[in-house]
Design a protein around this ligand. Sequence first.
Ligand code: GAL
Length: 639
Amino acid sequence: MLGVCYYPEHWPEDLWREDARRMAELGITYVRIGEFSWSLIEPEEGRFDWAWLDRAVEVLGSHGLKIVMGTPTATPPKWLIDRNPNILPVDASGQVRGFGSRRHYSFSSKTYWAESRRIVEAFARHYGRNEAVAGWQTDNEYGCHNTVLSWGAEDLAAFHSWLRRRYQTPDALNDAWGNVFWSQEVRSFDEIALPNLAVTETNPAARLDFRRFASEQVADYDRMQVEILRKHSPGRFITHNFMGFFREFDHWAFDHLDLASWDSYPLGFVEQFPFSEAERERWALTSHPDIAAFHHDLYRGVGRGRFWVMEQQPGPVNWASWNPVPHPGMVRLWTWEAFAHGAEVVSYFRWRQAPFAQEQMHAGLNRPDRTLSPGGKEATQVARELESRGPLPDTQQAPVALVFDYEAAWITDIQPQGRDFSYGELAFRWYEGLRRLGLDIDIVPPGQPLQGYRAVVVPSLPHISEAALAAFQATEAPILFGPRSGSKTRHFAIPPELPPGPLQALLPLKVIQVASLRPGLSAAVRGKVQGSAERWREWVETALEPVARFSDGSPSLVEYGNRFYLAAWPAADLLRSTCQLVLGERAGLALSDLPEHIRLRRRGDVLFAFNYGPEAWSDAAGRIADGATVAPYDWVSSG
Ligand code: GAL
């Protein structure tokens, strides 16, 4: 089904009816509203003006549209901030981040928690049983604009309490962090400073704990909102709209939501991801074929099988370095790609381009003059296609699980040990490599039971929890572990038995030395798999006969009882060759050899093929339909 994000408060009231009618005609089912509306709902403390939003809800509802109501906590109003300036977040340089845009609050602010409870409860009581309200979105894009971490006095106090709960005594903390290094011992928790504004690098264990603490605060804050909504709004689903390429808090901690949703801006993300210039040029108007797909698979995991796209890019956005118009056909293709990955709803951002304020250069389904934009016309086409094709089959468990871990991102951000070692990039490149082989992938958290998967890939997992180890031990499927797996303890230290630490229970080997490789340096790999390592390589000591070696004879891929350890950041050729061995030969999966711009995805028994490029593609294997050809910027399906 389709949805749209709408801001009745941006338009004269006499337009609402026409808008609602046109939404329904277009084939829209869900309308998300309200998420930035606090200043109009409560223009001054305690004085609520619901009348306008009631009328908007009434108009939308009377046209058969179902409402997703946003809680408005991403935009605390001016009066609230003026009265409680301590709500404002503080940046890492100690500067208060002011009022004037959005997300101007710290997750540590007790005042803001109380104010959030108050406004969420007011919304929940007012709309919780409204017939038109089908579900809720909490807040908007937690963490957007770099707002997970805040560095003020209240953040410090909250961090102190968190540390006290976790470590009980200052000595336990000194021990865990290794504070003997550089005379950093503390005698009480109050002596601990936030890990900013020091002369040089602060203790990585402290930084990791600060990130864990901040991440937990985000999930706790969300849980607080969800509890209130559940109490006053029975039978409605609750979601949050997460972001793309965003790893600042642990999204796996959001299992209190009914479903996950995410905001898909495929072209904006091309500029954000560390692609090469050649890739950026190649994908500028279509997006890279795995950007949206990666997140669909991730958020289907976060939502435990259920996800929406809450905001779908409908045309040029306003916030990337360059903001091209999507190639004709791409808005439709992105929408179908989401459905192929199991999305229940794709909701476009936004109904109409606003001719004023910050996002006036951001397209909508409609132009400011109330006429469908090119993206709006493509959405209309999707609606017709959805109607004529009927419901899609359920999404099934994929054959391959990719283990994705937020702490892995924090650990490698904190100590990259090589400027271009980015966990997010590594995980994405592995995903891309698997998808080029035509595989469907589930993205799962470490520790999730792995039963039913034919193969498991772990691009990197520096800290191996007991649960993660148990899940790896419990599967017979081949597992491919990537570099730096098992390289850190929970407290950010090298494990006493050396990496891969606890994974030595599965793989009898030790990593005795590592090197980061500057651009231009690489290491050739020869053996049953071939290719080159870049960015990172390791020296492994083992009594096993390696599957492949670096040119100095040191093992690059080691196998023991179906478990593989890859001691390098693989370039595309090495990754491909390794996957062919592990997933093709050992797991027995049928692999394809897809061109750069073609991707396959199965939903139940329906196979989709998507073409992100300018050349038509015919499936020589005849999987889709006999002789089927996928036109440029188009898709086809087998049923
Ligand atoms: C999202 C956000 C929306 C809007 C949109 C513009 O990040 O949730 O409110 O700003 O980006 O692309």
